[in-house]
Design a protein around this ligand. Structure first.
Ligand code: CTP
Length: 416
């Protein structure tokens, strides 16, 4: 069976000289068995014609939001919903800006606003336009929303300049599409638990012990595991992020509540503890607001140790997830501290990162991590947290397929 058999792809071609490469992309997707429907923006139609796209896709091409015929036959809502994946190639600076703002003033931007499907985009523009802070800000917004970015590459541009902004080659875009569909089912049938965000440990009715975790990395991991097909439960401390679609999200405040929620989410096949759980909580929570004393001496706060979710889930037993992954945010010797933490907590892997400059990590959209396993450590280049999450999901899927193969072989041997 071809890699894209039975897959419906909505290809949006926006304005840019790279639009001519989209014709090749259509051909490549069809060669893999995929069905391509195209939306051509008015900018895109300056570079290629609807006729060439429809001839190559063997489908009508959609160009106009207000075409009564298209709207009755195939409205923009249906067009975007019937696809399994939306691909924008080339994605112009203008279309990226429209997406970032949620503008819907033509068929392409309206379909993008109306879609509930994953969106992949291949930016293509002049290097100065790409480097412009406006485009870079828009890019960060799209990355944060979990859109899948392909390229751009660096090289000679049609405008005569050289730099970053060249659209990825059609072969690379087609490979990414194939990989997307391959990944989608890789964790199907498996249950994953993810913890995310900080915990807030109350001191009195108004004060608490908390930390700077934004939950962005943990939430992105939950989304990536969902996209790989796992049934995900997300246990999150207080964050300013929306609950991700298609994920059972449980909100907690304290480490004790996180522990209880995680215990009741067991059994699971995979557990990823990305939450920044407070190590301590107040030994006594005052029922009334603690007031300044007459001698103005600061109150002494007695602390008690919190349950360790990661260490508890990692304990040997029949309910232990097959793969338990922890996080380590460290100052100083990162690799040594993270390796020690992996041993001490009994988890399989640790994702470690430096927090020497907390401004660069907490709340940021980028992360620079090392994956520490029993075999050693590997450095991952700095990347958006959504990208780190996808890469981790890929490693998890590979590991789980080895584990499942081993279990099947053992079962076969026992049966024989
Ligand atoms: N963790 C947890 N429950 C806790 C504390 C930590 O599940 N009560 C998990 C975090 O989610 C993370 C990992 O443990 O995956 C590392 O947390 P960290 O606070 O760095 O570990 P500690 O044991 O507190 O180590 P340290 O001595 O460095 O504070």
């Amino acid at each position: 069976m071809s890699a894209l058999e039975n897959k419906n792809i909505l290809l949006i071609v926006s304005g840019g000289i790279a639009a001519y490469k989209s014709l090749d992309l259509v051909r490549l997707i069809r060669k893999q068995g995929g069905v391509v429907r195209c939306i051509l923006t008015s900018g895109g139609a300056r570079f290629i014609t609807p006729l060439s796209l429809s001839a190559l896709s063997a489908q009508p091409v959609y160009t106009d939001l207000w075409s009564l015929k298209d709207e009755t036959e195939m409205g923009h809502i249906r067009l975007s919903r019937e696809a399994d994946l939306v691909v924008i190639a080339p994605a112009s600076a203008s279309l990226m800006a429209k997406m970032a703002c949620g503008l819907a003033d033509d068929l392409a931007s309206t379909a993008l606003l109306a879609t509930d499907k994953p969106v992949m985009f291949a930016p293509a523009m002049n290097p100065m336009m790409w480097a412009n802070p406006a485009t870079q800000d828009n890019l960060r917004i799209l990355q944060k929303r979990g859109l899948i970015q392909i390229g751009p590459g660096t090289g000679d541009m049609a405008c005569g300049e050289t730099g970053e902004g060249r659209m990825a080659e059609p072969e690379d875009i087609c490979d990414s599409i194939i990989r997307f569909f391959e990944n989608r089912g890789r964790l199907t049938g498996l249950k994953a638990l993810v913890t995310s965000g900080p915990t807030f440990e109350p001191i009195d009715p108004v004060r608490f012990i908390g930390n700077r975790s934004s939950g962005k990395q943990g939430h992105a991991i939950a989304v990536a595991l969902r996209d790989f097909g796992a049934a995900v439960t997300l246990v999150t401390g207080p964050v300013a992020l929306p609950d991700p679609a298609g994920i059972k999200t449980i909100h907690v405040e304290t480490a004790a509540a996180m522990m209880a929620a995680c215990t009741s989410a067991m059994p699971a096949d995979i557990a990823v503890c990305a939450a920044a759980v407070s190590d301590w909580s107040a030994a006594h929570i005052s029922r009334t607001k603690i007031k300044k004393s007459a001698d103005r001496k600061p109150p002494v706060l007695a602390l008690q140790e919190n349950p360790d979710v990661l260490a508890t889930l990692s304990k040997k037993g029949k309910n232990r997830p097959l793969l338990v992954i922890g996080f380590a945010a460290e100052t100083g010797n990162l690799l040594a501290a993270a390796a020690e933490k992996r041993e001490r907590k009994g988890c399989n892997w640790i994702v470690a990162n430096h927090v020497d400059d907390e401004q660069k990590v907490f709340g940021a959209d980028q992360n620079h991590v090392f994956l520490i396993t029993a075999e050693g450590s590997e450095e991952w280049p700095p990347a958006p947290k959504t990208e780190i999450a996808r890469k981790l999901a890929q490693h998890i899927a590979e590991h789980m397929s080895h584990v499942q193969k081993r279990t099947r072989n053992n079962n076969r041997r026992t049966a024989a």
